[in-house]
Design a protein around this ligand. Structure first.
Ligand SMILES: CC(C)(COP(=O)(O)OP(=O)(O)OC[C@H]1O[C@@H](n2cnc3c(N)ncnc32)[C@H](O)[C@@H]1OP(=O)(O)O)[C@@H](O)C(=O)NCCC(=O)NCCS
Length: 165
């Protein structure tokens, strides 16, 4: 298809003015690659994205069309803020997390590192989601979610408890 493949070690020499982002959805793989490559990282935002005053977005992060980042929200490094998601005031999104399309994080929410926050899922304010947790599509997170937990449903519950109901 005429797409050139460039070896990792040649990237800087070939594109000395460039900054880079890792276009891989898997949060752990994105982390591994970012740790392996010593590159200047870009922060890439679709022109329709709204970032309100006081908000900050880390390097390597990609923000897709229609996303909204409200005042004083802090977005980490190598995050994906996917299409039409919203991150409300004072929320924190940890490095390597992915906030999926149409998901909504309420004010003051804290997502840890590497969280997958599924399509259309939402939270109540000031909820914490631990590192490497996965929140199912359509879930409503109303209590703290522990590290590494997969939680689904309304209200969101760990998958094993949800299935047991
Ligand atoms: C929650 C999730 C991570 C679980 O994935 P998984 O561990 O592979 O789970 P499985 O697909 O094996 O499903 C296990 C059970 O949970 C149920 N389940 C899966 N996702 C669910 C969800 N979002 N809400 C409710 N139940 C769900 C399944 O029906 C299944 O139930 P069963 O055991 O009674 O058949 C995944 O289903 C999900 O929702 N991921 C979000 C994806 C997303 O939004 N990506 C963004 C792409 S841009």
């Amino acid at each position: 298809m005429g797409i050139e493949v460039v070896e990792e070690g040649d990237l800087i020499a070939r594109f000395p003015e460039a900054a880079f982002a890792i276009a891989i959805g898997n949060n752990r793989v994105r982390k591994q690659i970012s740790e392996r490559l010593d590159l200047p990282w870009a922060t890439i935002m679709h022109p329709s994205v709204i970032v309100e005053p006081g908000a900050a977005i880390g390097e390597g992060t990609v923000v897709l069309a229609g996303a909204i980042v409200q005042p004083d929200a802090i977005i980490g490094r190598h995050v994906i803020l996917n299409t039409g998601c919203s991150v409300d005031h004072d929320a924190r999104v940890g490095d390597f997390s992915h906030v999926a399309p149409r998901a909504a994080l309420a004010g003051g929410v804290i997502l840890g590192e590497g969280v997958l926050f599924g399509c259309g899922a939402c939270t109540t304010p000031y909820i914490e989601v631990g590192d490497w947790a996965s929140i199912g599509a359509g879930a409503a997170v109303v209590d703290k979610i522990a590290m590494g937990t997969t939680a689904v449903g309304v209200p969101a519950r760990p998958l094993e408890r949800y299935n047991g109901r």
